[in-house]
Design a protein around this ligand. Structure first.
Ligand code: SAH
Length: 246
């Protein structure tokens, strides 16, 4: 079973959206598991404090190394017996990609530390070997929503979670391209028709149209993705449609 362990000051935020829809059903079905750990339970002083002012001055508070390390040690234990990557959600981290989510989904799971305030003491990152992962170039007020995004991206890739495996193959990023536009009934809506080709029943023509759309969209919106897609050279043709999305 794929296991996610989350260290947070707000365990009551979980499972939150992860408890609904696809990920929620998979959770109930025992395809993956989620355990949350309240960092504050490791505080020892009478105020149960978890943060302190930054060394060197400046605004905000920093999560204390001793408290957080005890929380990590209680969950992660020995890296030999628990091989799950130890991830710190952090805007300074390596940006999360579909490829990374797929790699994580193939592994035993994740241990995730959610920061709060100005972040966490650097010594914990270094001494506990935390890998910093970012979900984008913007700053959230805490790591919890970022952790949910990472877990959701992984869980839907675990086999048995999505209905049709084909819907993973075709979607955005899996081939280094953004996804082509999707349509469904009614065939005419506000005088707008579904593109002819999609109603033709000609699978080769449909695949070619989708490919051209995906390429045009990627070129127009994400030159960064398009450039690396081009650099990788010719790709296998996209699989046929007919998949359902969750
Ligand atoms: N002062 C820090 C930001 C702290 S935000 C800085 O400038 O880098 C508080 C916490 O929210 C962080 O410790 C991290 O766990 C989480 N967080 C904020 N933005 C994030 C992002 N883009 N990706 C992942 N985690 C993020």
């Amino acid at each position: 079973m794929w296991r996610a362990s989350v260290l947070t000051l707000f365990p009551e935020m979980f499972p939150g959206p992860l408890g609904l829809s696809l990920s929620g059903r998979a959770l109930t079905d025992g395809i993956w598991s989620l355990d949350t750990h309240d960092i504050r339970t490791q505080a020892t002083d009478k105020h149960r404090s978890v943060d302190d002012t930054p060394a060197g001055g400046g605004a905000g508070m920093v999560l204390k190394a001793d408290v957080l390390a005890r929380a990590i040690d209680a969950v992660a234990g020995n890296p030999v017996t628990d091989e799950r990557p130890r991830i710190l959600m952090s805007p300074r981290g390596t940006p999360l990609t579909q490829a990374r989510a797929a790699a994580l989904a193939k592994g035993p799971g994740v241990i995730i530390v959610c920061g709060r305030f100005e972040g966490i003491d650097q010594r914990v990152i270094d001494r506990r070997g935390l890998e910093e992962v970012s979900i984008g170039d913007y700053v959230l007020s805490g790591g919890e929503i970022a952790a949910m995004a990472l877990i959701d991206a992984c869980v839907r890739l675990i086999s048995g979670v999505l209905g049709a495996a084909a819907s993973i193959v075709d979607e955005s990023f899996s081939d280094g391209l953004l996804e082509y536009p999707q349509y469904t009934r009614p065939q005419i809506w506000e005088e707008q028709a579904i593109p002819e080709v999609l109603l033709s029943g000609d699978h080769a023509k449909i695949a070619a149209w989708r490919r051209a759309q995906a390429e045009a969209l990627t070129k127009a919106r994400r030159l960064d993705l398009w450039t690396s897609h081009e650099a990788r050279g010719p790709q296998k043709p996209p699989s046929k449609g007919g998949s359902s999305k969750g």
